[in-house]
Design a protein around this ligand. Structure first.
Ligand SMILES: C[S@@+](CC[C@H](N)C(=O)[O-])C[C@H]1O[C@@H](n2cnc3c(N)ncnc32)[C@H](O)[C@@H]1O
Length: 194
């Protein structure tokens, strides 16, 4: 990522609210989600989801290109008394952390081939949680721009037929959720190889 782009993210994260623990739509799924094991929050931002996963008992690594976001996440984790491994990493350039993960989330970040790469890092039985605005969102909002939006049905098609490992679709919702056109997928890796 270009330095100027990272600085833009830093400014946005510096101006935003203090992060609070939030699992968003995952909170309603309760028992389907692990309460132990390794979790990866990809393009975590200030890490509200990371904090929530850590509170559930998972060992969380949060990845983001913005050192400002990660520092704010570290401070929030300290205030809440949970541990989050917040790592600066450029997903366009750097390798993902080693090992297999029991839970991987990638919310509101789009990069060609990334979802497939994340599947390869799922442990057997591990869960992949995706959330992205869809193209329909442009009907009401200019941002995120077209390059950052999923096609209609794209996330579900990926989970059902497009992933490099067999996945079971556990949860799918797409459409106008509040004032935003969003797609949400939770899928489980089925094969034994990781
Ligand atoms: C729209 S925010 C989403 C944050 C969080 N996942 C959420 O849903 O609230 C996108 C995040 O991606 C990060 N980001 C952008 N480009 C990146 C890159 N090349 N590598 C790692 N993180 C990146 C930004 O710093 C920002 O925190």
């Amino acid at each position: 990522m270009a330095e100027a782009d990272r600085e833009r993210w830093d400014r946005r994260h510096a101006e935003a609210d203090v992060p609070s623990a939030s699992g968003g739509w995952l909170e309603a799924l309760g028992d389907e989600l692990p309460q132990a094991g390794r979790a990866l929050d990809v393009a975590s931002g200030r890490g509200g989801l990371s904090l929530w996963l850590a509170q559930r008992g998972l060992a969380v690594s949060a990845l983001d290109v913005s050192p400002v976001a990660l520092e704010r996440l570290r401070q929030a984790a300290k205030a809440l008394g949970v541990a989050v491994d917040a790592r600066q990493l450029d997903l366009e350039r750097d390798a993902l952390p080693d090992g297999a993960f029991d839970f991987i989330a990638c919310w509101h970040y789009r990069q060609a081939g990334l979802h497939a790469a994340l599947c390869e890092r799922l442990a057997p039985g591990g869960l992949l949680a995706l959330e992205q605005h869809t193209v329909d969102n442009l009907q009401r909002h200019a941002r995120p721009g077209r390059d950052y939006l999923a096609e209609r049905g794209e996330l579900a098609r990926f989970a059902l037929d497009g992933a490099p490992v067999p996945l079971q679709l556990c949860y799918y919702r797409e459409g106008w959720l509040g004032d935003r056109a969003v797609a949400r997928v939770l899928a489980r890796r089925l094969d034994a190889r990781a």
